[in-house]
Design a protein around this ligand. Structure first.
Ligand code: CA
Ligand code: CA
Ligand code: CA
Length: 210
């Protein structure tokens, strides 16, 4: 590595300086990007884990009432995706994961009218927590961080994802099954649709591509 600074030499005092050095070293730069990305993933996961229990399921009536009043501030009995997102950003930043918020929103919109009623809202945090964890699983497989899982990444992690030994042939079959649009890559919406259906009996069609 031509004497490149290693991340293990980085401490609190020299942090900025070492970052600069790593960035300026072309050989070390990709490694730095990866480390920073991994660190972000790590911090996000730890923050979410630390807040486990912050949201209970089912939500106590009083809490549900309180959150609903924040959401439906104009009192028309409905809230939108943007309002749910705002609630998370302002009050539950550990769960501010856009793909997860989007999947949770579609899942709880039981009558598919695009708006969330108070009774639909009751399950919001349950699914948000679920999809955040699923996102972490997805990120864990997505080695090159392009937010897509290719067949190579899939095969490498298939055993751990499915909790059992999987032959190459089986992994390929599973891959094609999850790759709903047949594009050759698994996107998070496809991953989420597959597992939410399998694990939570969520209708696959409820999790559209957007
Ligand atoms: Ca609805
Ligand atoms: Ca990838
Ligand atoms: Ca696909």
């Amino acid at each position: 590595m031509g004497g490149a600074v290693s991340i293990s030499e980085v401490n609190e005092e020299n942090f900025q300086e070492k970052l600069e050095e790593l960035w300026n070293n072309e050989e070390a730069r990709p490694g730095l990007k990866q480390k920073v990305y991994d660190a972000q993933k790590f911090l996000a996961k730890k923050a979410r884990e630390a807040s486990v229990g912050k949201i209970e399921h089912p939500l106590p009536d009083s809490k549900q009432e309180e959150l609903w009043n924040l959401l439906d501030y104009n009192g028309n009995g409905f809230s939108s995706l943007a309002e749910l997102d705002k609630l998370v950003v302002e009050h539950y930043p550990e769960f501010d994961n856009k793909p997860a918020i989007m999947r949770a929103y579609h899942t709880i919109d039981r009558n598919n009218n695009g708006f969330i009623s108070k009774s639909e809202f009751a399950d919001f945090f349950y699914y948000l927590d679920y999809f955040c964890k699923l996102w972490e699983k997805f990120e864990g497989i997505d080695d090159n961080n392009d937010r897509r899982i290719d067949i190579k990444e899939f095969k490498q992690y298939a055993d751990s994802v499915f909790g059992r030994k999987m032959s190459d042939g089986t992994a390929e079959t599973m891959f094609r099954l999850i790759d709903r649009n047949g594009g050759g890559k698994i996107l998070f919406y496809e991953f989420a649709a597959h597992f939410a259906h399998l694990e939570k009996n969520v209708d696959v069609e409820k999790l559209p591509f957007e």
